[in-house]
Design a protein. Sequence first.
Length: 341
Amino acid sequence: MTDHSSTSIAAPEPAADTVARAARVVAPGRVEMVAVDLPRPGAGQVLVRIEGCGVCASNLEPWSGPEWQDFPMEPGVLGHEAWGVIEALGEGVADLHAGQRIAWLGNQGYASHEIVEAETVLPLPEALDGRPVPAEPLGCAMNIFRRAQISSGQTVAIIGIGFIGAALTALAAQAGARVIAISRRQESLDLARRLGASDTIPMEDHWEIMREVGRLTEDRLADVVIEAVGLQWPLDLAGELVREGGRLVIAGYHQDGPRQVNMQMWNWKGIDIVSAHERDPEVQRRGMIEGIEAAADGRLDLDALLTHRYPLSRLGDALDATRDKPQGFVKAWVSPQEDGQ
Protein backbone atom coordinates (compact mmCIF):
# COMPACT_ATOMS: atom_id res chain seq x y z
CA MET A 1 0.00 0.00 0.00
CA THR A 2 1.36 3.40 -0.95
CA ASP A 3 1.52 6.02 1.82
CA HIS A 4 0.77 9.54 0.55
CA SER A 5 0.70 11.18 3.98
CA SER A 6 4.01 13.00 3.95
CA THR A 7 2.65 16.31 2.63
CA SER A 8 -0.40 16.69 4.85
CA ILE A 9 -1.65 20.24 5.25
CA ALA A 10 -1.48 21.67 8.75
CA ALA A 11 -4.67 23.11 10.23
CA PRO A 12 -5.22 25.23 13.33
CA GLU A 13 -5.43 23.12 16.51
CA PRO A 14 -8.97 23.46 17.86
CA ALA A 15 -9.99 22.24 21.30
CA ALA A 16 -10.21 18.50 20.69
CA ASP A 17 -13.15 18.00 23.03
CA THR A 18 -15.45 20.48 21.28
CA VAL A 19 -14.50 20.59 17.59
CA ALA A 20 -14.45 18.08 14.78
CA ARG A 21 -12.80 18.50 11.40
CA ALA A 22 -14.24 17.69 8.01
CA ALA A 23 -13.39 17.94 4.35
CA ARG A 24 -15.90 20.03 2.44
CA VAL A 25 -16.21 20.08 -1.34
CA VAL A 26 -16.78 23.77 -2.00
CA ALA A 27 -16.56 23.85 -5.81
CA PRO A 28 -15.85 21.44 -8.67
CA GLY A 29 -12.46 19.89 -7.98
CA ARG A 30 -11.85 21.92 -4.78
CA VAL A 31 -11.86 20.79 -1.15
CA GLU A 32 -11.40 22.83 2.02
CA MET A 33 -10.90 21.63 5.57
CA VAL A 34 -13.43 23.08 8.00
CA ALA A 35 -13.96 22.98 11.75
CA VAL A 36 -17.44 22.02 12.97
CA ASP A 37 -18.95 21.56 16.40
CA LEU A 38 -18.24 18.10 17.73
CA PRO A 39 -21.59 16.33 17.45
CA ARG A 40 -23.18 14.61 20.44
CA PRO A 41 -25.01 11.32 20.05
CA GLY A 42 -28.74 11.29 20.62
CA ALA A 43 -30.89 8.40 21.69
CA GLY A 44 -30.02 5.28 19.75
CA GLN A 45 -26.84 6.82 18.31
CA VAL A 46 -23.08 6.62 18.81
CA LEU A 47 -20.31 9.11 18.20
CA VAL A 48 -17.48 7.59 16.19
CA ARG A 49 -13.93 8.81 15.80
CA ILE A 50 -13.20 7.98 12.18
CA GLU A 51 -9.99 6.10 11.44
CA GLY A 52 -10.40 6.10 7.67
CA CYS A 53 -12.81 6.27 4.77
CA GLY A 54 -12.58 4.67 1.37
CA VAL A 55 -12.85 6.86 -1.73
CA CYS A 56 -15.56 5.63 -4.08
CA ALA A 57 -15.57 6.13 -7.85
CA SER A 58 -19.20 7.24 -7.51
CA ASN A 59 -17.79 10.46 -5.99
CA LEU A 60 -16.24 11.46 -9.30
CA GLU A 61 -19.41 12.68 -11.00
CA PRO A 62 -20.39 15.18 -8.24
CA TRP A 63 -16.69 16.07 -7.82
CA SER A 64 -16.58 17.11 -11.50
CA GLY A 65 -19.33 19.68 -11.00
CA PRO A 66 -22.34 18.57 -13.07
CA GLU A 67 -25.26 20.95 -13.44
CA TRP A 68 -27.35 19.12 -10.86
CA GLN A 69 -24.73 19.33 -8.08
CA ASP A 70 -25.00 22.16 -5.53
CA PHE A 71 -21.91 23.68 -3.90
CA PRO A 72 -20.65 23.91 -1.25
CA MET A 73 -21.58 20.44 -0.06
CA GLU A 74 -22.19 19.65 3.58
CA PRO A 75 -19.02 18.88 5.57
CA GLY A 76 -17.97 15.25 5.27
CA VAL A 77 -20.50 14.46 2.54
CA LEU A 78 -19.61 11.93 -0.18
CA GLY A 79 -17.73 9.77 2.32
CA HIS A 80 -19.74 6.57 2.75
CA GLU A 81 -17.04 3.93 3.30
CA ALA A 82 -15.84 4.80 6.80
CA TRP A 83 -14.70 2.81 9.81
CA GLY A 84 -13.54 3.90 13.24
CA VAL A 85 -13.83 3.69 17.02
CA ILE A 86 -16.83 4.49 19.22
CA GLU A 87 -16.15 7.48 21.46
CA ALA A 88 -19.56 8.02 23.09
CA LEU A 89 -22.93 6.28 23.36
CA GLY A 90 -26.34 7.89 23.20
CA GLU A 91 -29.19 7.02 25.51
CA GLY A 92 -30.56 3.52 25.15
CA VAL A 93 -27.62 2.05 23.23
CA ALA A 94 -26.85 -1.46 24.42
CA ASP A 95 -24.39 -4.16 23.30
CA LEU A 96 -21.84 -1.55 22.19
CA HIS A 97 -19.09 0.16 24.15
CA ALA A 98 -16.65 3.05 23.95
CA GLY A 99 -13.39 2.00 22.32
CA GLN A 100 -15.08 -0.58 20.11
CA ARG A 101 -13.91 -0.67 16.50
CA ILE A 102 -16.75 -0.62 13.98
CA ALA A 103 -17.90 0.02 10.42
CA TRP A 104 -21.32 1.38 9.46
CA LEU A 105 -23.66 2.71 6.81
CA GLY A 106 -23.22 6.48 6.70
CA ASN A 107 -22.65 9.40 4.36
CA GLN A 108 -20.40 11.93 6.12
CA GLY A 109 -17.24 9.91 6.46
CA TYR A 110 -14.83 12.52 5.10
CA ALA A 111 -14.40 13.88 8.60
CA SER A 112 -12.79 13.21 11.95
CA HIS A 113 -16.09 12.18 13.57
CA GLU A 114 -19.57 11.04 12.55
CA ILE A 115 -22.83 10.38 14.36
CA VAL A 116 -24.00 6.87 13.53
CA GLU A 117 -27.30 5.13 14.17
CA ALA A 118 -26.49 2.27 16.51
CA GLU A 119 -28.65 -0.12 14.52
CA THR A 120 -26.33 0.28 11.51
CA VAL A 121 -23.14 -0.49 13.46
CA LEU A 122 -21.07 -3.52 12.48
CA PRO A 123 -18.39 -4.52 15.01
CA LEU A 124 -15.02 -5.37 13.45
CA PRO A 125 -13.28 -8.61 14.48
CA GLU A 126 -9.89 -8.70 16.17
CA ALA A 127 -8.44 -10.28 13.03
CA LEU A 128 -8.76 -6.86 11.36
CA ASP A 129 -7.22 -4.80 14.18
CA GLY A 130 -5.00 -2.08 12.73
CA ARG A 131 -6.24 -2.70 9.19
CA PRO A 132 -8.27 -0.36 6.97
CA VAL A 133 -11.76 -1.83 6.59
CA PRO A 134 -14.04 -0.06 4.07
CA ALA A 135 -16.94 -2.41 4.75
CA GLU A 136 -19.41 -0.72 2.40
CA PRO A 137 -17.53 -1.49 -0.87
CA LEU A 138 -16.58 -4.93 0.45
CA GLY A 139 -20.31 -5.45 0.92
CA CYS A 140 -20.98 -4.26 -2.63
CA ALA A 141 -18.60 -6.92 -3.94
CA MET A 142 -20.27 -9.63 -1.87
CA ASN A 143 -23.76 -8.60 -2.99
CA ILE A 144 -22.73 -8.51 -6.66
CA PHE A 145 -21.14 -11.94 -6.27
CA ARG A 146 -24.35 -13.31 -4.74
CA ARG A 147 -26.48 -11.81 -7.51
CA ALA A 148 -24.14 -13.24 -10.17
CA GLN A 149 -24.86 -16.81 -8.97
CA ILE A 150 -21.40 -18.04 -9.95
CA SER A 151 -20.70 -21.73 -9.51
CA SER A 152 -17.84 -24.15 -10.00
CA GLY A 153 -17.03 -24.99 -13.60
CA GLN A 154 -18.53 -21.85 -15.11
CA THR A 155 -16.61 -19.44 -17.31
CA VAL A 156 -16.87 -15.91 -15.97
CA ALA A 157 -15.68 -12.84 -17.91
CA ILE A 158 -15.07 -9.75 -15.78
CA ILE A 159 -14.75 -6.45 -17.64
CA GLY A 160 -12.87 -3.83 -15.62
CA ILE A 161 -10.40 -4.85 -12.91
CA GLY A 162 -10.65 -2.02 -10.43
CA PHE A 163 -11.55 -2.60 -6.78
CA ILE A 164 -14.87 -4.33 -7.50
CA GLY A 165 -13.60 -6.28 -10.50
CA ALA A 166 -10.53 -7.45 -8.58
CA ALA A 167 -12.60 -8.53 -5.57
CA LEU A 168 -15.01 -10.41 -7.85
CA THR A 169 -12.09 -12.08 -9.62
CA ALA A 170 -10.91 -13.50 -6.30
CA LEU A 171 -14.39 -14.60 -5.22
CA ALA A 172 -15.22 -16.23 -8.56
CA ALA A 173 -11.90 -18.08 -8.71
CA GLN A 174 -12.38 -19.31 -5.15
CA ALA A 175 -15.81 -20.59 -6.18
CA GLY A 176 -14.16 -22.78 -8.82
CA ALA A 177 -15.01 -20.67 -11.87
CA ARG A 178 -12.67 -20.04 -14.76
CA VAL A 179 -12.16 -16.27 -14.80
CA ILE A 180 -11.31 -14.28 -17.91
CA ALA A 181 -10.22 -10.78 -16.80
CA ILE A 182 -10.50 -7.89 -19.27
CA SER A 183 -9.04 -4.49 -18.41
CA ARG A 184 -7.13 -1.53 -19.86
CA ARG A 185 -4.01 -1.55 -17.70
CA GLN A 186 -1.46 -4.36 -17.74
CA GLU A 187 -0.93 -4.01 -13.99
CA SER A 188 -4.66 -4.62 -13.48
CA LEU A 189 -4.43 -7.78 -15.55
CA ASP A 190 -1.37 -8.85 -13.55
CA LEU A 191 -3.36 -8.32 -10.34
CA ALA A 192 -6.22 -10.39 -11.73
CA ARG A 193 -3.77 -13.23 -12.39
CA ARG A 194 -2.51 -13.05 -8.81
CA LEU A 195 -6.10 -13.19 -7.55
CA GLY A 196 -6.92 -16.30 -9.56
CA ALA A 197 -7.85 -15.32 -13.12
CA SER A 198 -7.08 -18.08 -15.62
CA ASP A 199 -6.83 -15.76 -18.62
CA THR A 200 -6.40 -12.03 -19.22
CA ILE A 201 -7.19 -9.86 -22.23
CA PRO A 202 -6.21 -6.20 -22.75
CA MET A 203 -9.31 -4.03 -23.19
CA GLU A 204 -8.11 -2.39 -26.41
CA ASP A 205 -9.99 -3.64 -29.47
CA HIS A 206 -13.65 -4.68 -29.32
CA TRP A 207 -13.48 -7.30 -32.06
CA GLU A 208 -10.17 -8.75 -30.91
CA ILE A 209 -11.57 -9.23 -27.41
CA MET A 210 -14.58 -11.04 -28.89
CA ARG A 211 -12.31 -13.27 -30.96
CA GLU A 212 -10.09 -14.09 -27.99
CA VAL A 213 -13.00 -14.97 -25.71
CA GLY A 214 -14.38 -17.11 -28.52
CA ARG A 215 -11.03 -18.89 -28.85
CA LEU A 216 -10.72 -19.46 -25.10
CA THR A 217 -14.24 -20.91 -24.85
CA GLU A 218 -14.38 -22.78 -28.18
CA ASP A 219 -16.96 -20.20 -29.30
CA ARG A 220 -19.34 -21.02 -26.46
CA LEU A 221 -18.63 -17.61 -24.82
CA ALA A 222 -19.00 -16.89 -21.09
CA ASP A 223 -21.65 -18.28 -18.78
CA VAL A 224 -21.53 -15.08 -16.71
CA VAL A 225 -20.23 -11.68 -17.78
CA ILE A 226 -19.75 -8.97 -15.15
CA GLU A 227 -19.44 -5.40 -16.45
CA ALA A 228 -17.61 -3.42 -13.76
CA VAL A 229 -16.66 -0.20 -15.55
CA GLY A 230 -19.81 1.91 -15.84
CA LEU A 231 -19.35 3.12 -19.43
CA GLN A 232 -21.16 2.45 -22.71
CA TRP A 233 -18.48 0.49 -24.55
CA PRO A 234 -17.87 -2.08 -21.77
CA LEU A 235 -21.64 -2.59 -21.53
CA ASP A 236 -21.79 -3.20 -25.29
CA LEU A 237 -18.89 -5.60 -25.00
CA ALA A 238 -20.52 -7.47 -22.13
CA GLY A 239 -23.58 -8.23 -24.24
CA GLU A 240 -21.37 -9.67 -26.97
CA LEU A 241 -19.39 -11.94 -24.62
CA VAL A 242 -22.25 -13.65 -22.77
CA ARG A 243 -23.41 -16.99 -24.17
CA GLU A 244 -26.97 -17.82 -25.16
CA GLY A 245 -28.96 -18.32 -21.97
CA GLY A 246 -26.14 -16.83 -19.89
CA ARG A 247 -26.18 -14.05 -17.32
CA LEU A 248 -25.06 -10.44 -17.78
CA VAL A 249 -24.36 -8.71 -14.47
CA ILE A 250 -24.15 -4.91 -14.46
CA ALA A 251 -21.86 -3.98 -11.58
CA GLY A 252 -20.55 -0.72 -13.08
CA TYR A 253 -22.11 2.49 -11.78
CA HIS A 254 -23.59 4.19 -14.86
CA GLN A 255 -24.05 7.69 -13.49
CA ASP A 256 -23.10 9.97 -16.38
CA GLY A 257 -26.18 9.62 -18.57
CA PRO A 258 -28.52 7.23 -20.38
CA ARG A 259 -27.29 4.05 -22.04
CA GLN A 260 -28.28 2.27 -25.24
CA VAL A 261 -28.33 -1.52 -25.42
CA ASN A 262 -28.62 -3.96 -28.31
CA MET A 263 -31.96 -5.31 -27.19
CA GLN A 264 -32.33 -7.36 -30.37
CA MET A 265 -29.20 -9.31 -29.49
CA TRP A 266 -30.09 -9.56 -25.80
CA ASN A 267 -33.57 -10.87 -26.68
CA TRP A 268 -32.22 -13.32 -29.24
CA LYS A 269 -29.68 -14.73 -26.80
CA GLY A 270 -32.29 -15.12 -24.08
CA ILE A 271 -29.89 -13.86 -21.41
CA ASP A 272 -30.66 -12.92 -17.81
CA ILE A 273 -29.88 -9.28 -17.00
CA VAL A 274 -28.94 -8.40 -13.43
CA SER A 275 -28.49 -4.81 -12.26
CA ALA A 276 -26.50 -5.64 -9.16
CA HIS A 277 -26.87 -2.41 -7.21
CA GLU A 278 -28.57 -2.74 -3.85
CA ARG A 279 -30.60 0.04 -2.23
CA ASP A 280 -32.26 -1.92 0.59
CA PRO A 281 -30.28 -1.07 3.77
CA GLU A 282 -30.79 -4.56 5.14
CA VAL A 283 -29.33 -6.11 1.98
CA GLN A 284 -26.44 -3.64 2.09
CA ARG A 285 -25.84 -4.52 5.74
CA ARG A 286 -25.86 -8.24 5.01
CA GLY A 287 -23.28 -7.76 2.27
CA MET A 288 -21.10 -5.69 4.60
CA ILE A 289 -21.18 -8.43 7.24
CA GLU A 290 -20.13 -10.96 4.61
CA GLY A 291 -17.44 -8.60 3.30
CA ILE A 292 -15.96 -8.11 6.77
CA GLU A 293 -15.88 -11.87 7.24
CA ALA A 294 -14.22 -12.36 3.84
CA ALA A 295 -11.54 -9.78 4.70
CA ALA A 296 -10.98 -11.32 8.14
CA ASP A 297 -10.45 -14.83 6.77
CA GLY A 298 -8.33 -13.71 3.82
CA ARG A 299 -10.74 -14.41 0.95
CA LEU A 300 -10.52 -10.70 0.14
CA ASP A 301 -6.95 -9.39 0.27
CA LEU A 302 -7.06 -5.88 1.72
CA ASP A 303 -3.39 -5.24 0.91
CA ALA A 304 -4.02 -5.94 -2.78
CA LEU A 305 -7.26 -3.96 -2.94
CA LEU A 306 -6.38 -0.82 -0.89
CA THR A 307 -3.29 0.67 -2.46
CA HIS A 308 -3.18 4.44 -1.89
CA ARG A 309 -3.56 6.19 1.48
CA TYR A 310 -3.90 9.96 1.86
CA PRO A 311 -4.47 12.34 4.77
CA LEU A 312 -8.00 13.70 4.86
CA SER A 313 -6.69 17.17 4.03
CA ARG A 314 -5.62 15.77 0.65
CA LEU A 315 -9.01 14.35 -0.25
CA GLY A 316 -8.82 16.24 -3.54
CA ASP A 317 -5.66 14.35 -4.47
CA ALA A 318 -7.32 11.06 -3.51
CA LEU A 319 -10.30 11.85 -5.74
CA ASP A 320 -8.03 12.85 -8.61
CA ALA A 321 -6.10 9.58 -8.21
CA THR A 322 -9.37 7.66 -8.30
CA ARG A 323 -10.09 9.33 -11.63
CA ASP A 324 -6.59 9.22 -13.14
CA LYS A 325 -5.37 5.80 -11.87
CA PRO A 326 -1.66 6.39 -11.12
CA GLN A 327 0.80 3.51 -11.21
CA GLY A 328 -0.30 0.63 -9.00
CA PHE A 329 -3.66 2.17 -8.15
CA VAL A 330 -6.63 0.04 -7.16
CA LYS A 331 -8.40 2.04 -4.45
CA ALA A 332 -7.65 5.07 -2.26
CA TRP A 333 -8.62 5.83 1.31
CA VAL A 334 -8.20 8.88 3.52
CA SER A 335 -7.27 9.13 7.19
CA PRO A 336 -8.04 12.05 9.54
CA GLN A 337 -5.33 10.88 11.95
CA GLU A 338 -2.65 11.60 9.37
CA ASP A 339 -3.60 15.27 9.61
CA GLY A 340 -2.35 15.20 13.20
CA GLN A 341 -5.82 15.07 14.73
